[in-house]
Ligand binder design. Structure first.
Ligand code: NAP
Length: 302
C-alpha cells in the first residue's frame, strides 16, 4: 500500500457482476438438486421515491439471478398491525426464504418493532437483534449486506487488512458499527478505530489509517489531506448534489472528496459503482443461503 500519485479505482460493478453470476449458478443448482426456488418477499410501505427505486432494483436483481420475489405494497396510511400480520404470514410460509422491509418506514411506524417481527431465519438484511448479536459473538448468521459487501470489496482489491489499522467514520447500526465489528473479527484481524461526531479530530485518526471506511452521509467528510499516502478508501456515502447539467437535476457523490483522496490513496471505491452494487448482491447471497438452509432443513448460514 504505497502512494502512487493516482489511486486504483476499485470496481464494485465488476465484482458485483461476478458474484451475481456465481449466485445465479447456485440458484440453478439448488433448483435442479432440490426443486427449491429461492424466494424473497419485499415489503414496501408508502411511496417514498428512493424506496420505490431501491425495491425495483432489488426485484430486478432477483429476477436476473433466478430468485423469485414477492412484493407486498401497503399505503403509508396502513395500520402497523396489518404490516405485522403480513410479516407473520411470511415467517410461516415455507416458500419464502427472505423477508425484507424497505426502510425508512413512514412516520408513525415503530421500525424497531417491525424489524424485530421478522424471523431471524429469514432476516436476509441481517438487521434483527438476533442476527446482530450472532454476528458480534461470531456465530453463523446473515451478515448485514452493505458491511458484508465492503469486506468482499476489500478482499477483491487484494488488500490484506490483517494487523493493519482501519478507521471507520460513522456508527450507524446498518453500516458503521457492523463494518467495524467485521473488520476486527478473528481472521480478518484489522485494528479498528470507530469515529463519529463525538470524535474531536477525525483527521488525527484517519492520518494513521491503512484503510478508511467513510459512512457519514455527508459529502466532503474525507479529503486527501486527511489520508496517509497509500491508504485504501472505501466510500459508502450516497449523496445527491444539485447539478443542472444532469437530466435528473442532480448527481450522486460519496462522502469522500474523490479527486483529492485519489491523489493520495493507493485504492478507492467510486460513487456510484463502488459499494452500492455490492449491497444488493449480498442480499441475493443471503437469500440463496437461506434457501439452501431450508432445503437442507438446517438453520441459516453465512
Ligand atoms: P447515518 O445513520 O446518518 O449515520 C451516519 C454516521 O456518521 C453517524 O454515526 C454520525 O455520527 C456519523 N457522522 C456524520 N458526520 C460525521 C462527521 N463529520 N465526522 C464523523 N462522523 C460523522 O447514515 P448511514 O445509514 O450509516 O449511511 C451513511 C451513508 O452511507 C449515507 O450517505 C447513506 O446513503 C450511505 N449508504 C449507502 C449504502 C450503499 O449501499 N451504498 C448503504 C447504506 C448507506 P453520530 O452517530 O455521532 O451522529
Amino acid at each position: 500500500m504505497t502512494g502512487s500519485g493516482m489511486a486504483k479505482v476499485i470496481d464494485g460493478k465488476m465484482l458485483a457482476a461476478r458474484l451475481r453470476g456465481e449466485i445465479a449458478d447456485g440458484v440453478a443448482a439448488l433448483k435442479a438438486e432440490s426443486g427449491v426456488t429461492p424466494a424473497l418477499a419485499v415489503i414496501l410501505v408508502g411511496e417514498n421515491p428512493a424506496s420505490v427505486s431501491y425495491v425495483t432494483a432489488k426485484e430486478r436483481a432477483c429476477a436476473e439471478a433466478g430468485i423469485a420475489s414477492r412484493e407486498i405494497r401497503l399505503p403509508a396510511s396502513a395500520a402497523e398491525e396489518e404490516l405485522l400480520s403480513h410479516i407473520a404470514a411470511l415467517n410461516a410460509d415455507p416458500a419464502i426464504h427472505g423477508i425484507l422491509v424497505q426502510l425508512p418506514l413512514p412516520k408513525g411506524f415503530d421500525e424497531k418493532k417491525v424489524i424485530d417481527a421478522i424471523s431471524p431465519e429469514k432476516d436476509v438484511d441481517g438487521f434483527t437483534p438476533v442476527n446482530v448479536g450472532r454476528m458480534l459473538i461470531g456465530e453463523r448468521c446473515f451478515l448485514p449486506c452493505t458491511p458484508h459487501g465492503i469486506i468482499k470489496l476489500i478482499e477483491f482489491a487484494g488488500v490484506d487488512v490483517r494487523g493493519r489499522h482501519a478507521v471507520v467514520i460513522g456508527r450507524s447500526n446498518i453500516v458503521g458499527k457492523p463494518v467495524a465489528a467485521l473488520l476486527s473479527r478473528k481472521g480478518t484481524d484489522a485494528t479498528v478505530t470507530l469515529c463519529h461526531t463525538g470524535t474531536p479530530d477525525v483527521a488525527s485518526f484517519t492520518r494513521q489509517a491503512d484503510v478508511v471506511v467513510v459512512a457519514a452521509g455527508r459529502p466532503g467528510t474525507l479529503t486527501g489531506d486527511m489520508l496517509k499516502p497509500g491508504a485504501v478508501v472505501i466510500d459508502v456515502g450516497v449523496n445527491r448534489i444539485p447539478d443542472a447539467t444532469r437530466p435528473k437535476g442532480f448527481r450522486l457523490v460519496g462522502d469522500a472528496d474523490f479527486d483529492s483522496c485519489a491523489a493520495v490513496a493507493s485504492a478507492i471505491t467510486p460513487v456510484p459503482g463502488g459499494v452500492g452494487p455490492m449491497t444488493i448482491t449480498m442480499l441475493l447471497w443471503n437469500t440463496l443461503e437461506s434457501a439452501r438452509a431450508a432445503a437442507l432443513g438446517a438453520g441459516a448460514s453465512e
